[in-house]
Design a protein around this ligand. Structure first.
Ligand code: PEP
Ligand code: MN
Length: 300
């Protein structure tokens, strides 16, 4: 890693890649995030009903998702929009894990809710609107659960890394970064997907990085293309919104894929994921060879 990046992100030293810490692998149930396997997290924006969640969980599992996402506590731009089922939603998520074996990621919005959400979720999501809430980050970190940290919509890479540093600094090494689009002058899409940000994060940090093409685009037609771009940029996984009937979704229907759309996208992503796997393997071989050369030089 170039020295200048070290200087630039000096406020978050623990998140930076180094020889002793080249890559963090976050264990979640029987999975590893940041390892060889590309991990797709999928499910509805909001948990709405038992039928909606179970149908979606079963479908995304069959289509290749490894983690179920669903919001029980929802941070909404409008205070008059649906705010989530709360505790009922957590119980439904736990039932879906029981039925499908999928791990659960769900958002926690307040410090007070951390113990409850941590009881039910395998990964705690910190949403964009909360990324800089340091007291929430500290409480979430101390729960011991892995943290999915979404980049704030107005946050720079340095801001994101500072928030990750807060989690690491509170004794929790299991942070997964998520690029979900940022606000720019462009309004055709909900946000602007920062693919270069993913590439940079993969180069400078040891933390796993996942791409959220749903919130980044705001339009379901664009989700498969942004998913491909995310993989090509080096992401370790995806976070995708899926709903049985997106036009009737209680939140984020515009950007949610229906079941057929999700199946088609997952099938179309296969060659891209395979290419990522072989590049990763080559990269590892290269690293090993370089390490071998360095070792030989040191011995000589
Ligand atoms: C979500 O994942 O549904 C969500 C609210 O995301 P963000 O915090 O990125 O807006
Ligand atoms: Mn959403």
């Amino acid at each position: 890693m170039r020295e200048s990046w070290h200087e630039r992100f000096a406020e978050s030293p623990d998140v930076l890649k180094s020889e002793s810490r080249p890559q963090t692998v976050v264990p979640v149930l029987d999975l590893e995030i940041g390892g060889d396997e590309f991990i797709t997290m999928a499910g509805p924006c909001s948990v709405e009903t038992e039928f909606q969640l179970m149908a979606t969980a079963n479908h995304v599992r069959r289509a290749g998702a490894r983690i179920l996402r669903g919001g029980a506590f929802k941070p909404r731009s409008s205070p008059y929009s649906f705010q989530g089922l709360g505790f009922e939603g957590l119980k439904l998520l736990a039932a879906a894990r029981e039925e499908t074996g999928l791990a659960i990621v769900t958002e926690v919005m307040t410090e007070d809710d951390v113990p409850l959400v941590a009881d039910y979720a395998d990964i705690l999501q910190i949403g964009s609107r909360s990324m800089e809430n340091y007291s929430l980050l500290e409480a979430a970190a101390r729960s011991g659960r892995p943290i999915l940290l979404k980049r704030g919509m107005m946050a720079t890479i340095a801001d994101l890394l500072r928030s990750a540093q807060v989690v690491l600094g509170n004794g929790n090494p299991n942070v997964i970064l998520c690029e979900r689009g940022i606000r720019t002058f462009e309004t055709a899409m909900r946000n602007t997907f920062d693919a270069a940000g993913i590439a940079l994060l993969k180069q400078i940090t040891h933390l796993p990085v996942i791409a959220d093409p749903s919130h980044a685009s705001g339009h379901r037609e664009l989700v498969p293309a942004l998913a491909r771009i995310g993989i090509a940029a080096g992401a370790d996984g995806l976070l995708v919104e899926v709903h049985p009937d997106p036009d009737k979704a209680w939140s984020d229907g515009e950007q949610s894929l229906d079941f057929d759309g999700f199946t088609a996208m997952m099938a179309a992503l296969e060659p891209w994921i395979a290419l990522r796997g072989s590049l990763l393997h080559e990269g590892k071989l290269e690293q090993r060879e370089n390490a071998g050369i360095r070792l030989a030089e040191a011995v000589a």
